[in-house]
Design a binder for this molecule. Structure first.
Ligand SMILES: Cc1cc2nc3c(=O)[nH]c(=O)nc-3n(C[C@H](O)[C@H](O)[C@H](O)COP(=O)(O)OP(=O)(O)OC[C@H]3O[C@@H](n4cnc5c(N)ncnc54)[C@H](O)[C@@H]3O)c2cc1C
Length: 405
């Protein structure tokens, strides 16, 4: 309980871990270091209210005095450049060295960069940091047309927020359906229609080939079309920040490899959040969500405070797609079968995903009650079948007395 804990990365995972360590009674030093210059902030609003100018300020993760009150040393503008696991030290960009008893990587992820010809133009922007968002918002003032590369969550959120500001938005997506890595085909099709109905020019199977920097940007697509834009925003996935861990000899593969207790192959070193590829039910999962970052941090805090804990919380996720709130509970796979709950035409419905006849995930659009019930059911690990879903609502099932799995 008196050990010194050094956390690299003061994002959603790192800050939650520092807080939960104190809540769980850790009395030793806690040092949080982050390469960003500002107070740790929330990322989700950056592609939503921050862009549509409904939220003028970055939202801090915790109040300014939180860190001093909780005796958490917060070093901003400090990049960790090397880890010596034998000496148990971390070197920072300004040359100073910090020692640790326990080290936690909470280094998150960075954007995959658009690399086609012309992508170096300053009007071509990826959205990950507050700086990116500020730059984007500045450039959006006075913009009339944007092209978005990638119809993943962030690309579509941004396009919808830009439309809400009256800006023309064209989205180019090289895959045949939107959100193809994350949601069921049915939901993907519904969002395609919903975004088109809201005036987004959504092009599927059409990627960005090159960008000609003229007075306007001229985006040439792989379908041979050209699209004019004042700026181009890309959201084409992220890469976990593993280089530092890798250089210190830790095993990495699509993230820093950790066991179900979030420990690396070095028993003094752990990883949480977007950068961690964790063991789960015999497979490996790396998730990119606030819930995963925060819940992994809470779980690890218990372990570090002497209560060994395996991370097994039900994953959940949300996205604001223009007028629509999407919430997902559980982890689906492309081969899962789907069952519609409610009427998509009403704009409020859910899709249940089943594997071997058992409920594994629920995607809800504007149906918060379904999402809450799904989380409850999945956490209980109850066997919910298609027949049960046909006979009762998720809420009714969640409120019924649980039966053994
Ligand atoms: C625009 C946007 C919108 C999003 N919307 C949603 C949403 O609606 N719902 C949702 O669930 N998730 C959303 N996400 C994803 C969510 O923000 C991430 O899953 C979450 O931030 C992960 O937390 P983390 O702490 O693992 O990583 P991060 O929050 O990325 O924090 C990692 C930190 O580590 C620092 N760092 C990295 N390397 C070093 C180093 N060597 N030295 C010092 N510091 C270092 C970085 O500067 C960064 O601050 C969104 C993300 C973005 C970018």
């Amino acid at each position: 309980m008196n050990e010194s804990i050094l956390i690299i990365g003061a994002g959603h995972a790192g800050v939650q871990l520092a807080e939960s360590l104190r809540e769980n009674g850790h009395d030793g030093t806690i040092t949080l270091i982050d390469q960003g210059a500002q107070q740790p902030y929330q990322r989700p609003p950056l592609s939503k209210d921050f862009v549509s100018a409904q939220e003028p300020e970055a939202l801090p993760l915790r109040s300014e005095d939180f860190y001093t009150q909780q005796r958490i040393e917060l070093l901003t503008g400090a990049r960790a450049t090397a880890v010596d696991r034998a000496a148990r030290t971390v070197t920072l960009s300004d040359g100073q060295q910090r020692s640790y008893d326990r080290l936690v990587f909470a280094t998150g992820a960075r954007n995959r960069v658009l690399s086609c010809p012309g992508a170096q133009d300053p009007r071509v922007i990826g959205l990950r940091t507050l700086q990116d968002a500020e730059n984007l918002r500045r450039q959006l003032d006075g913009a009339q047309r944007v092209v978005v590369a990638g119809a993943g969550f962030i690309g579509l959120e941004f396009a919808a927020a830009a439309r809400a500001r009256g800006i023309e938005a064209t989205v180019l997506h090289s895959a045949p359906r939107v959100l193809n890595r994350s949601v069921s085909r049915q939901l993907s099709d519904w969002f395609t229609q919903a975004h088109r109905a809201d005036g987004i020019d959504l092009r599927l199977g059409e990627g960005v080939q090159s960008i000609d920097a003229q007075e306007d940007l001229l985006v040439q697509s792989t379908a041979g079309e050209s699209h004019r834009a004042d700026l181009v925003v890309y959201g084409i996935g992220v890469l976990p920040n593993v280089e530092l861990a890798e250089a210190s000899g830790l095993a990495c593969e699509n993230g820093i490899l950790v066991d179900a207790a979030l420990r690396t192959s070095d028993e003094r070193v752990y990883a949480v959040g977007d950068c961690a590829n964790a063991e789960r039910d015999g497979t490996r999962v790396r998730l990119e969500s606030v819930q995963n970052a925060a819940d992994q941090a809470r779980s690890l805090a218990r372990t570090l405070c002497g209560e060994p804990t395996l991370y097994s919380d039900v994953p959940w996720f949300w996205s604001i797609q223009g007028r629509h709130r999407l919430q997902i509970a559980g982890l689906a796979q492309p081969t899962d079968s789907s069952m519609l709950l409610g009427d998509p035409g009403s704009g409020k419905f859910s899709i249940a995903l089943l594997r071997d006849g058992q409920l594994v995930a629920v995607e809800s659009v504007n149906r918060a009650a379904d999402h809450a019930a799904a989380r409850k059911l999945l956490a209980r690990g109850e066997r919910i079948t298609e027949a049960m879903l046909a006979g009762a609502s998720l809420k009714e099932l969640a409120n019924a007395t649980p039966v053994a799995a």
